[in-house]
Design a protein around this ligand. Structure first.
Ligand code: NAG
Ligand code: NAG
Ligand code: NAG
Ligand code: NAG
Length: 588
């Protein structure tokens, strides 16, 4: 449901840089001959177009097979399409082709030093593993933090991105965008907003039934768990190595419950209350959300570099709300070259909510924009908060354009297939639901789309695993939770860890979604030791982060890297690189 930041657009698979060597060579050859014939400006224009074309790796050219036949892709990666049963209960029936990508170990598969494939899931549901792993700086980070002797692997889950069959509800980008621009106001902004949201959910549900019935039955998390085992087996192994974030914890926990004997290492990071998820409830995610605001107000008071600095946290808080309230009463016209529109409270509020996922990188610019707004200048805030859909340009060439990651269109078919059937709920029930959730967090209004979305959804899955989420796993699981995660509260990590024999819970003392939303050398050491040496942190271990949202005046800097051992310094720098590249997944 995130549309506000431009940052995550960089990891949109369709925009990734890649090319097979041959195509790239042809592109360079073509470019040389063109620039020879034309003015510089024209050739630069053409160059950018050529680049656009070579950026799209054509997955369709790969013939799906039951073995991993790797082909060079996305510059430094290898890709393959794994053929699996569309429905595992009918292995001789139709097939699905799972798009799998790897950054290979420096040792070939089978070499005595090769340690196996680690699979990653970036969350969502609906996040593309291909888009995630090829995101700038991500795989390099995993390579350094965990090791260059593993294959680092990800895949597009059922229905998503390059895995076929696809579960796109909208058939063209224009259709998708015009729908998203009709999105109603936040549920408590107008008296009829909740009814509008409900009605829209019914529409999406009906479109799903008309357009996706055959595909959407086969995208549930249980099926994706089976696909992960299929990928592991295609490698000739029986036990999974895995690091899953956000919704990736639902996937990891489901896998561990279905296949407890097939676990070699399994980390779940940013843990969802999996029981609540499978009820399609989405009701207890926001337990810790508001703590992040208190945290940032405190940091702002301790730092004169904070744009809303005041001598006390409550002084900062006052200033903060005064500015936000002013947009509520006085929406602002903004004209900033091609960026123009009305800056209103709804969009500002949603931008704030999504920035809580990555407070260390997301909140400083937000606070700077608030300070501008205080002076009557809404340009920076408008840029932050506007939906990229407002600057949509239709290419209209009939080519499929991937839905942006983590939007409601890719989320609902998976989340609502997994969830209990809640399609009987009516508007008074939803009003009640909102009232209850509002007791947990002031951001309940930004979270209503999820449960309400499933109220409109009626397709049921062919296979569903709905618990219990317990297991005596062949290797103990590692649970990681942050003290102030906006959508996966620490409480849930604690709850879920109790179901698995000898599982450990590592707490990272930081705000933000998933451990990688800030840098912690301590977390990096534990993750590395877990994968490489099979060592679990003692249960109850707490790791500190070295990052600040606003650097306190009394601080001498973050971490004194000079004081670290060579090994720790390298690990710290690798982790710092990884966390600065990491775009926390949009749960919901
Ligand atoms: C699938 O096909 C194989 C070989 O053709 C056969 O041995 C097997 O019994 C079939 N399985 C089912 C469930 O029909
Ligand atoms: C795990 O093992 C314990 C004792 O060996 C047993 O009581 C328990 O039922 C097992 N749990 C599961 C989920 O198999
Ligand atoms: C791990 O520690 C947490 C508190 O930090 C506790 O609530 C939980 O019960 C412990 N789990 C186990 C398996 O000991
Ligand atoms: C800086 O000040 C904060 C409180 O304002 C305090 O908690 C912290 O320990 C201080 N740090 C140093 C390095 O003095």
């Amino acid at each position: 449901m995130e549309k506000q930041t431009s940052n995550h657009e960089q990891s949109t698979p369709g925009r990734l840089k890649e090319s097979t060597p041959t195509i790239r060579w042809l592109a360079i050859a073509a470019l040389l001959s063109i620039s020879y014939l034309s003015y510089w400006r024209d050739s630069a224009y053409l160059a950018s177009h050529l680049e656009q074309e070579t950026k799209e790796f054509s997955w369709e050219q790969l013939v799906p097979s039951e073995t991993l036949d790797w082909v060079a892709c996305y510059e430094k990666f290898q890709c393959t399409r794994l053929s699996v049963p569309l429905d595992y209960a009918n292995p001789n029936g139709s097939k699905a082709a799972v798009a799998v990508i790897r950054y290979p170990s420096k040792y070939p598969v089978g070499h005595e030093k090769w340690r196996g494939p680690i699979l990653y899931n970036p969350g969502g549901p609906g996040g593309s593993g291909v888009g995630f792993l090829t995101g700038k700086g991500i795989v390099e980070g995993f390579y350094k933090v965990i090791g260059d002797d593993y294959d680092h692997v990800s895949f597009d889950p059922r229905g998503i991105a390059h895995t076929t069959p696809v579960a796109d509800i909208f058939s063209t980008p224009a259709e998708r965008v015009t729908w998203s621009l009709r999105e109603g106001p936040l549920v408590n902004s107008t008296p009829d907003a909740l009814s509008v949201l409900y009605a829209q959910s019914v529409i999406i549900g009906k479109l799903g039934e008309e357009r996706l019935q055959d595909v959407a039955q086969h995208v549930s998390t249980a099926v994706v768990a089976r696909d992960m085992l299929s990928i592991t087996r295609a490698y000739g192994r029986e036990k999974l190595l895995y690091w899953g974030f956000s919704y990736g914890t639902v996937l990891g926990i489901t896998y561990a419950s279905m296949f407890p004997d097939n676990v070699e290492r399994l980390i779940v990071d940013g843990v969802v209350d999996t029981y609540n998820y499978y009820q399609a409830a989405w009701s207890n995610n926001l337990l810790d959300t508001d703590k992040i605001l208190s945290y940032v107000f405190k940091e702002c008071a301790a730092s004169s570099s904070c744009p809303l600095h005041a001598s006390t946290a409550s002084g900062v808080e006052k200033r903060f709300w005064a500015i936000l309230d002013s947009v509520r009463t006085n929406p602002l016209p903004v004209v900033d070259e091609n960026n123009y529109g009305v800056l209103d409270w709804d969009m500002t509020w949603k931008a704030l909510f999504f920035r809580l996922y990555r407070p260390f990188t997301g909140l400083p610019p937000f606070f700077a924009a608030l300070a501008d707004l205080e002076k009557g200048d809404g340009k920076a805030m408008y840029r932050l908060a506007k939906s990229p859909d407002t600057s949509f340009e239709c290419k209209c060439d009939g080519k499929r354009v991937l839905p942006s990651p983590y939007n409601i269109e890719t989320l609902l078919p998976i989340a609502c297939s997994d969830g209990d059937d809640v399609s009987g709920e009516d508007i008074p029930a939803l009003e009640n639901f909102f009232e209850e959730m509002s007791k947990l967090s002031i951001f309940a209004n930004a979270w209503m789309r999820l449960h309400t979305g499933c109220v409109g959804w009626r397709i049921r899955p062919a296979e569903r695993y709905s618990g219990p989420f317990v297991g005596n796993t062949s290797f103990p699981l590692l649970f990681i939770g942050n003290t102030a995660d906006p959508v996966t509260p620490l409480w849930a990590a604690n709850k879920m860890s109790k179901g698995f024999r000898d599982a450990a819970l590592l707490t990272q003392n930081s705000p933000g979604h998933c451990s990688l939303s800030s840098t912690s050398l301590c977390t990096a050491q534990h993750v590395r030791a877990y994968f490489r040496d099979g060592k679990l942190p003692s249960n109850g271990t707490v790791c500190e982060t070295s990052d600040h949202i606003f650097l306190p005046d009394n601080s001498t800097g973050s971490v004194d890297v000079e004081k670290l051992s060579m090994e720790d310094r390298e690990l710290y720098e690798a982790m710092s690189g990884l966390s600065s590249s990491f775009e926390p997944p949009r749960l919901g």
